[in-house]
Structures are given as C-alpha cells and as structure tokens.
Design a protein around this ligand. Structure first.
Ligand code: MLT
Ligand code: MN
Ligand code: ZN
Length: 302
C-alpha cells in the first residue's frame, strides 16, 4: 500500500486568503504553507484513489508523480474518489475532475443526496463526465482496484452548513454525514485508517485503529476553545464535530502501535505552524503518544 498525503489543512488552508493573523502571515512569508485536506491511496502502486477532493486538487495532483497520466495518453491512474464528508473543503475539487473520461465517486447516503441537492455537484458534473455514484455504508467493505479494500466507519452526524436546513431524515434512515475509512492492502497486509473528521472516540474507532499501521486523524484544533479565543465567536471544536488534539491524545497513548498523524489542521492550530514555539512545546506530548503532524507531500509505504 502506498499513501500520498496531498493536503493537511482544514478549510481555508494555510495561509487563509483573508487572514492576516501571525501564523498566516508567517506562512505567507516563509512559504511553509498547507493545502486543504486530501489523500491519495493505492493498494498496488498503480491504481489510485483520492480520499476527498479539495479545492486545491489541481495543484495537489500536479505535485504527485504517481498520479500523472501515462505518456502520450489520457489514461489516468486515478480510479475514483471516496468522500469522508460533503463539506466544501472535501468536495469542491470534484469539479476540477470534470475532464476525466469517467469518475467513480463513493459517498455516504446523506452526502450523496446533498451533492445532488443542496450542493448539486452530481448534476453539474453530468454533462462533463460520466460519473458513477456509489453509496458507502458503515461496516460494509468496498473492494477497489489494485487489491485495496475500504471499510467505511461512521464518524458523526455533523452536516455541512449549506445542508443545515435539509429535512431531518425519517426514523431509521442513515445520518452518516461524516465517514472515515479503514483501508487494507492486497492480502490484508497493510492497514491504514483515515479520519479527518472525528467527532468522538467511539468503540468502533478504537477497534479500527487497534491493528492499524498508520492512522491519519482529525487535528483541526489543538484545544476545544481555540477558535473562540482567536475569533471571539462561540464555536467550539467539539461543537463543530472535531475532537480536539488535547482530547484524542490520551486515546492514542492508550493504543500504542500505529503511527499517528494529525491532519486537517486549522490555521488557528499552533500545531499547523512548523517551527513555532507553541508547536515545539506540544511536540513531546505528541511524540510520547506516537503521534506527529502530517505534512503535505508525505509518502507512506506500508
Ligand atoms: C469542517 O471541517 O468543519 C468544515 O469544513 C468547516 C467549513 O465549513 O469550512
Ligand atoms: Mn473541513
Ligand atoms: Zn490566520
């Protein structure tokens, strides 16, 4: 299994275009930028899948040699996209893929419905490319090309803001707005978990990480009140469906073994800023739990 981490920032990226805070200003100055959360994964090194399609997708694809088309052709190694949410930072890049000859998109039922309704990416793409939409159901494994298997994990019911007013689904209907994936490589040899939106550390999450080689998880905020302190607003990390790093770290420490990498870092998160004194102060606690901050462009061979 090979993974290329394409982007590690939360929505807005680092720097965020309209933010002049010290961290964004430093990123602008030093070039230590982060593009928005997105991953590429392959079981055999030749058939590739994206997990999420970020607004930065075109630049991310151009920086990934594995994802280049075969010489003299338009034969892309990209077989499809799996979505972890319907959030704009995870779906705007689908429009960037409109030149594809065909596109497989895997999403949970409510996300698939939202992408054909409130944010109609599906209908918008239809005249450009033959997209095939597949519904993922937590616990029901999806067999992909190249021997890759993706097992969807239910991670929460937090809706994108554009979908806040959609009717509440009838009793018994799925509310899996946020999904993670546990990937297994050919012959079950390599195991990776990707969970950029993690509302809570559930028993299912605990089981999924137990025998994983690598876990790439929600590092949006370092602490619950981080955003409120920066903006003066009232939104908390947990309220936004993101378990803060301070609260997930003890779980990681309890589950040693996997390599843990925090991703989807908001520009307010001190961990997003490499070489900052705040990040350096947090580094020992992360290292003690077997964790580090994910970086754009990192390639993992499992
Ligand atoms: C999130 O991850 O909570 C969302 O992407 C926030 C947003 O709407 O940008
Ligand atoms: Mn996001
Ligand atoms: Zn900023």
């Amino acid at each position: 299994m090979r993974i290329r981490i394409l982007g590690t920032a939360a929505g807005g990226g680092l720097p965020q275009w309209n933010c002049g805070c010290a961290g964004c200003a430093t990123a602008r100055h030093t070039g230590a930028v982060r593009s928005q959360d997105c991953l590429a994964i392959s079981g055999d090194g030749s058939a590739w899948y994206l997990v999420n399609a970020s607004p930065d997708l075109r630049t991310q694809l151009l920086a990934a040699p594995e994802l280049a088309p075969a010489p003299g052709s338009r034969a892309t190694p990209l077989h499809g996209v799996l979505l972890t949410s319907g959030e704009l930072d995870h779906t705007l890049g689908l429009l960037t893929l409109r030149e594809a000859a065909g596109l497989s998109v895997h999403a949970s039922a409510p996300v698939r419905a939202a992408l054909h309704g409130a944010f109609p990416v599906g209908p918008l793409l239809a005249p450009y490319t033959g997209a095939r939409w597949h519904t993922v159901v937590p616990g029901r494994a999806v067999e992909l090309a190249g021997g890759l298997v993706a097992e969807p994990l239910a991670l929460g019911g937090k809706r994108p803001r554009y979908a806040a007013d959609l009717p509440v689904p009838p009793e018994g209907e799925r509310t899996d707005w946020v999904t993670g994936y546990r990937f297994t490589g050919p012959d079950g040899r390599a195991r990776a978990v990707y969970a950029p939106g993690l509302a809570a550390w559930t028993p299912a999450v605990d089981r999924a990480v137990a025998d994983a080689d690598v876990v790439i998880l929600d590092g949006t905020f370092a602490t619950d009140d981080e955003l409120a302190r920066h903006t003066g607003g009232a939104r908390t990390s947990r309220g936004m469906g993101h378990l803060p790093v301070a609260d997930s770290l003890p779980h990681l420490a309890r589950r040693p073994g996997p390599r843990y990498l925090y991703t989807h870092l908001n520009n307010t998160n001190p961990l997003a800023h490499r070489d900052s004194p705040e990040a350096a102060a947090l580094a020992p606690a992360l290292a003690a739990a077997g964790a580090a901050v994910a970086e754009d462009g990192t390639v993992l061979d499992l």
